[in-house]
Design a protein. Structure first.
Length: 221
């Protein structure tokens, strides 16, 4: 069997990216989660210094969020990143759910087994591409500061992660109830301090990209 060695052109990657949903389109398909996602977006307030960095960011970036629809981290983090991207005239965000066709990843990450790699990731993951569609960075699923909150919550409900694989009606009902509880508890965390931590950590990734590019350019001066 011959392997197709045809190179994937930047135009193909653009088409793949544009085939994914915008944040608003994604929200509209989320039924009961639509309200929560929009509420989280409206609740997000950007730090003035970060807003300035985003507004004056020099390089164009294309950011793809690969998410799990029902995951509390998606509802907590995705609206924050969407709010940050909206503050920059040189960035755009699209969203790809792992429950949908993952073909866009085949084009955006040539040579990668999209299905396998998504199964290995802890979602959401944010893939940051430059204007030539080269992957520059990847961030997710949550800010480091959130790990302590999540660990403490899981210690109170140690059955939660095991219930994810419980296919009995009782197990599914309990898992759904705990997922809802975690979603609303995360909302409290992020509205307290984690939204700022998330903004700063993601912005640090973006600033590091600029510094790296400046360093590369200096080598050729």
């Amino acid at each position: 069997m011959m392997v197709d060695a045809t190179p994937i052109l930047p135009e193909d990657k653009l088409v793949a990216f544009e085939g994914c949903l915008t944040f608003r389109e994604y929200c509209e398909l989320q039924e009961e989660r639509n309200r929560l996602l929009r509420m989280r977006y409206a609740e997000t307030r950007l730090e003035p210094s970060l807003q300035l960095k985003l507004n004056t960011y020099e390089e164009p970036l294309n950011i793809l969020a690969v998410v799990t629809d029902e995951d509390p981290d998606t509802i907590a983090v995705l609206p924050i990143i969407a709010r940050m991207v909206d503050a920059s005239p040189r960035m755009q965000l699209h969203v790809l759910s792992e429950s949908r066709d993952l073909t866009p990843l085949v084009s955006l990450l040539p040579g990668v087994d999209a299905l396998s790699v998504v199964e290995e990731w802890v979602l959401p993951q944010f893939l940051i591409f430059d204007d030539e569609w080269e992957l520059q960075a990847q961030w997710g699923p949550r800010p480091m500061q959130a790990e302590g909150n999540l660990s403490e919550w899981l210690s109170r409900y140690p059955e939660y992660e095991m219930l994810a694989d419980d296919e009995t009606p009782a197990g599914q009902a309990r898992y759904a109830a705990l997922t809802t509880a975690l979603t609303y508890e995360m909302r409290v965390w992020y509205n307290s301090s984690l939204a700022t931590a998330c903004q700063r950590e993601f912005c640090d990734v973006l600033v590091a990209l600029l510094q790296s590019e400046e360093s590369d350019e200096a080598q050729f001066v």
